[in-house]
Unconditional design. Sequence first.
Length: 165
Amino acid sequence: MKKKFLSVILATAMILPAMVMSVSAAETVSTIDQDSRPQSAAADISVDIAPAYTVTIPEDTEIPFNKTETDFGKVELTAARLEVGKSITVSAQAGALVNLDDSTKTIPYTVMAGESEFTSGEYTAQGQSTELTLVVDQNDWDSACAGSYEGTVTFTVSYGNVTTP
């Protein structure tokens, strides 16, 4: 008798979760039959699309000696799937060209976008871009020591709320 009682308890324990699951599944389905009023039902459909973007920045560039303006390429939002009210901001931080043999010898330069220094740009649609130029003042060329120089422009890309109206 104890075995039979234990078997019933175990069987009930196994069947009970299946019954709960089938009730849960039945709650997510609309059923229409000949007696249903109205003879229609609605099903909600949704999708979440994550933001995605690709930003192109300028390639490595060599500035010819004594050239005061050198094309640097462009920053471009080459692909964009953004949320409404969101934008891509690209900022640039430039330093100076540093002599590889003596780091105290430098040549300052500026990253320009047209007539203004480029520190950041905001982009909201694919294809938007900013043409950039590297500018070295002639006085800085005239006072530069001979040697090889290198510098880095660091571009930072961020996704956030639109800041320009």
